[in-house]
Design a protein around this ligand. Structure first.
Ligand SMILES: [Cu+2]
Length: 119
């Protein structure tokens, strides 16, 4: 009688010890599995792609500039005149008629000039 009771007590103890360990191992495995999934390590907000182009300044205002840019194959854009926001732009201003190489990025409100220079 005493022997049976001891075995039962031991099995119960073993179950109690085993269960949490198994759960821990499972959650660790899940995390590793997630890291293998494509795109799981990609940040939720990716930095906007910065595109470089060349063009001629048509107008340089306080808040935005108009640039007649050459074709941008990267975006499938033909040559066109369009506006770029100067929000966040830290560089110098250019005069209408100046040919510039510039970089811009797409934002929710349109396109932002990132940098510009003559060359
Ligand atoms: Cu354009």
């Amino acid at each position: 009688m005493r022997g049976t009771l001891l075995v039962t007590a031991l099995s119960t103890a073993t179950l109690l010890l085993t269960a949490p360990t198994a759960a821990l191992a499972e959650s660790t495995h899940d995390r590793q599995g997630m890291q293998d999934m494509p795109g799981m390590n990609t940040p939720a907000t990716q930095p906007a792609e910065v595109i470089t182009a060349t063009g001629v300044v048509k107008n340089w205002g306080a808040e935005k500039v108009s640039i007649a840019h050459q074709a941008i194959p990267q975006l499938n854009w033909p040559p066109m005149t369009m506006q770029f926001s100067l929000q966040g732009y830290q560089g110098q201003a250019f005069a209408p008629g100046q040919r510039i190489t510039f970089a811009f990025k797409q934002v929710t409100t349109g396109y932002q000039l990132v940098s510009a220079s003559t060359n």
